[in-house]
Design a protein around this ligand. Sequence first.
Ligand code: 3HC
Length: 283
Amino acid sequence: MEIKKVGIAGCGLMGSGIAQVCIQAGYQVVVSEINDELLNKGIDSIKANLDRNVQKGRMKEEDEKAALGRLKGTTEIRDFADCDLIIEAVIELMEEKKKLLSALDKICPESTIFASNTSSLSIIEMASATNRPDRVLGLHFFNPVPVMRLIELVHSLATSDETVNTAAEFGRSLGKEVVIVKDSPGFLVNLLLTPLMHEAMKALESGLATMEDIDTAVRLGLNHPMGPFTLADLIGLDTVYRISSAIYEETKESRFAPPPRLKQMVLAGWLGRKTGKGFYEYK
Ligand code: 3HC
C-alpha cells in the first residue's frame, strides 16, 4: 500500500516534529489540535525549525515554502477521513487514545493504518477500540524528532505483516532507521533507559556523586550525548515518571519502580526544561 497523505493527531512537541519530518519527506500532512491556540503554537514551531534550516543553509527557501504548502492544520477530526496513515500523538491517556481511534475507525476507509506514538501504552489495547486491529501499530519517534534517527516500530499480536512492512517503509522514507519491537511494556528503548535513569537518581540520593558528575560520567565515559539528568529534563519528568510507572505496573520489577524523589518533583511541578526547573534550572 502506498502512503500519500498522513494525518497527525496532536501538534505538541512530538506531533509537530513528526509533521515536520513528514512534510520535509514530501507527504501531504493534516495535523490536528484540540483548539486553534495549540494548533497555531505547534505550526509556528514547525515554521521556526524550517526557517532555522534555511538560515543554516540546509534547506532552500523554495523547499521550505513547498513543505509548508503540504501542511494543513485542523481542529476537526473529519479532515482525517482521506488519510492513508494516521499517527496519533495526543495526551498519553489510554482512554483518550481509544476514544480517538474509535472515532477515526468510523470515518476512515478500511485501508487506513493507525499508528500511535505512545512511549509506554499497550498497542493491542488501543487496537481493541477499532475494527481493524491488523492495521494498528506503534511508531515511536524520539525527541527532538527532526534530529533523532530512530523509530521503534511496535507490532501487537494482531498487527499484520503487510501493515508492518508498509509502516517500516514509510519510516525509512522519513530518513529514519526502523527497529521492529513487540508490543511489551516500555517497548525496547524505554525498557533500557528507565533503569539507567533510576540508578542515576538513586546514586545521587545516596551521595555517591554529584548530579553534574553523574551526567559527565555518562557523557564522557559512555559517550552518550547527554547525561541521565539532562536527558530526563529534556524528556520531561512527568513523562519519565509516567513511563516508569507504566512499565512497573505491568512488570512489578523493582528496577522500574519510579524513585519517590521523582514523584515528588513531578508533584512540585518541576518537570524539566519545559517548566524552567527540573534536576537543573533553566533561564
Ligand atoms: N528541533 C530541531 N532541531 C534541533 C532541536 C530541536 N528541538 N534541538 C537541537 N536541534 C539540532 C540543532 O539545530 C543542531 O543542528 P546543527 O548542528 O546542524 O545546527 C543539532 O540538533 C545539535 O544541536 P545543539 O548543537 O544545540 O546541541 P547538541 O549538539 O547538544 O544536540 C541534541 C542536542 C540533539 C538534543 C543532543 O544533545 C542529543 O541527541 N541528546 C539526546 C537526546 C535523546 O536521547 N533523545 C531521546 C529521548 S527519549 C525519547 O524521546 C523517547 C520518549 O518515549 C521519552
